[in-house]
Design a protein around this ligand. Structure first.
Ligand code: SF4
Length: 80
């Protein structure tokens, strides 16, 4: 198991773990359980879609939870 630090955290006791498919469980990062990039709308760069009622849907996106989730999120937040 990976060591926890300020860039990585897991909560395997969560009943939803792993909440997104497509990331190896050993590398699954729970740090950004609620993605801080949601407010960026289409500029988040993630794999979102829209529901029929026009709500941004992040169900298929693994960017915050992947091996470099921390780097991706903090990098995007630094963009202007
Ligand atoms: S989870 Fe993915 S699609 Fe949703 S806001 Fe974050 S980066 Fe964008």
């Amino acid at each position: 198991m990976r060591d926890f630090d300020h860039t990585f955290f897991q909560n395997r006791a969560c009943k939803y773990f792993p909440c997104h498919k497509g990331v190896d469980e050993e590398d699954f990062n729970c740090l950004f359980c609620y993605c801080p990039l949601y407010f960026l709308g289409e500029r988040c760069g993630g794999d979102f879609s829209y529901t029929e009622s026009g709500i941004k849907n992040c169900k298929s996106c693994t960017r915050p939870h992947g091996n470099d989730g921390y780097g991706y999120i903090t990098g995007k937040l630094k963009e202007k």
